[in-house]
Design a protein around this ligand. Structure first.
Ligand code: KIV
Ligand code: ZN
Length: 520
């Protein structure tokens, strides 16, 4: 079986996005149901072939998210992950069954170290498990992916026996992950070549690469796997994922597109949507994108040195191997002010890739007007921060109504805060060691909770002293950690909003928080 498109000179590579599964597994990157649905919709629109929507057995919330994404996605295959356990496979099958194209993705460890210490099973026992579990999955759904966890540290003879058993039992895609990010490109390419040459039924499956970035080689390894015969790459937006992350989708897509001379492949991804997708993933997970990140970082197309700027003015190709427009970066980011009307705002949103419902548009427009009253120039980044925050907060149970701060050289600093918790208004005044501490103390008094503040970070959305402050807050409780981000020209308001955003996320994940009874 091959994934090549007939008549086309280039082989088609399937893009399997696992932002919602491996990406969400990264500590603090938890997304709400609404955020997951939004990310899935964008992935579908931009041409991702397979969306791994989650791990249905992990919790009822994960099951519900996969089931809803399966119903909502119009074009892409929707996959649910399952361990090689009967209950996992049944749950994954149940979650994806309403998808236009459902897939069960089941995996088991194959390396000696995993067999001895994690599974405590013999090679023969694992071979039997592969046959039983892949057969069970195939009886539920036609499209089955099987993964050999820690494939790159598995002896090749045994790996070949496992792959042969999985294909014989009905697997249609074989994924050989570099689970611990240990392989080099040469090794990874050679592993695919060897397995495809030696396994007698290898032509009945598509081979897939899944690389972690512990040594910074995830993208290079994924591209090497293509030379070894893989035709599916598993990746995530912004490269988020366990530990150092997964291969970054945008880097894979643009490497293939830009270096067609040495990488004779093509993907179905609409590259002009990459910037928007990266920003959405960053907003949903509240994980900032590093400034110098390839393709989607803020500096990816910035030219600072005089020699570079001179070259760029004479001919952009002197220092640019792809255009900013080709990945969806708009030409100018100076946009609007307080005189801009609804039509201009709607246009701008479309240009930035948003399609909002009437209610969402109305809320966003009101917030834009408030911001434009306080800030002379409203830039694209301001609008994105504002809209993303509106979408993220739409279903929040705890909302900031007002915040008044007394700060300065003569302490103690005080915060008076009014919150709406469901349909009640609660008020509290607290002191603190500085205004941020006072603000967070007021929240703790109004919504008593055990969550621990793991991260508090502030940076400016744009330049200038009237720039919005973007605050990230990470909280952890009950072994879960969540991150939330908020922007406002007032750093303390943004801090309160970010903290409340994280609390709301924890609440939607079932952590034990108690809203104080109305003090007013
Ligand atoms: O890294 C890995 O091995 C995985 C598997 C579940 C495919 O994420
Ligand atoms: Zn992984």
């Amino acid at each position: 079986m091959t994934a090549s498109v007939s008549g086309a000179a280039k082989d088609r590579v399937l893009i399997f996005d696992t932002t919602l599964r491996d990406g969400e597994q990264c500590p603090g990157a938890t997304m709400t149901l609404e955020e997951k649905l939004e990310v899935a919709e964008l992935l579908d629109t931009m041409g991702v072939d397979i969306i791994e929507a989650g791990f249905p057995i992990a919790s009822n919330g994960d099951f519900e998210a996969v089931a809803l994404i399966a119903k909502q996605v119009k074009r892409a295959t929707v996959a649910g992950l399952a361990r090689a356990i009967s209950a996992d496979i049944a749950r994954a099958g149940e979650a994806v069954r309403h998808a236009v194209r459902p897939r069960i993705h089941t995996f088991v460890s194959t390396s000696p170290i995993h067999l001895a210490h994690q599974m405590r099973k013999s090679e023969e026992e694992v071979l039997e498990i592969i046959t039983t579990t892949v057969t069970q999955a195939r009886n539920l759904i036609e499209d089955i992916e099987w993964s050999a966890m820690d494939a790159t540290r598995t002896p090749i003879d045994y790996l070949c026996r496992c792959v042969e058993a999985a294909i014989k039992a009905g697997a249609t895609t074989i994924n050989l992950p570099d689970t611990v990010g240990y392989a080099t490109p040469d090794e990874y390419r050679a592993m695919f070549r060897a397995v495809r040459e030696r396994v007698p039924n290898a032509d009945r499956a598509i081979f897939s690469a899944h690389c972690h970035n512990d040594l910074g080689l995830a993208v290079a390894n994924s591209l090497a796997a293509l030379e070894g015969g893989a035709r599916q790459i598993e990746c995530t937006l912004n490269g988020i994922g366990e530990r150092a992350g997964n291969a970054a989708l945008e880097e894979i897509v643009m490497a293939i597109k830009t270096r067609g001379d040495v990488l004779p492949y093509e993907t179905g991804i609409e590259a002009t949507m990459l910037t928007r997708a990266s920003k959405l993933a960053s907003a949903a997970t509240s994980f900032p994108v590093q400034y110098n990140k390839a393709i989607v970082g803020r500096n990816a197309f910035a030219h600072e040195s005089g020699i570079h700027q001179d070259g760029m003015l004479k001919n952009a190709q002197t220092y640019e191997i792809m255009t900013p427009e080709s990945v969806g970066v708009s030409k100018t980011s100076l946009v609007m002010g307080k005189h801009s009307g609804r039509a201009a705002f709607r246009n701008k949103l479309e240009e930035l890739g948003y399609s909002l419902s009437d209610n969402q548009f109305q809320d966003a427009f009101e917030r834009f007007k408030e911001l434009a009253d306080r800030k002379k120039h409203v830039y694209d980044e301001d609008i994105e921060a504002l809209v993303d925050q509106n979408i993220a907060m739409a279903h929040d149970r705890i909302k900031l109504v007002s915040l008044h701060i007394v700060a300065g050289t003569r302490g103690p600093q005080r915060a008076t805060m009014r919150l709406q918790v469901d349909d009640r208004i609660v008020v509290e005044e607290q002191e603190g060691n500085g205004p941020v501490d006072a603000t967070f103390n007021a929240i703790k008094a109004l919504v008593p909770h055990e969550a621990v503040l793991e991260l508090y970070q502030v940076h400016a959305v744009t330049e200038g002293t009237d720039a919005q402050a973007e605050v990230s807050v990470r909280l952890s409780a009950d072994d879960r950690s969540v991150t939330s981000r908020a922007a406002d020209p007032d750093t303390l308001v943004a801090s309160a909003q970010a903290y409340l955003g994280a609390l709301n996320k924890l609440m939607s994940r079932g952590a034990r928080l108690h809203a104080q009874h109305a003090a007013e």
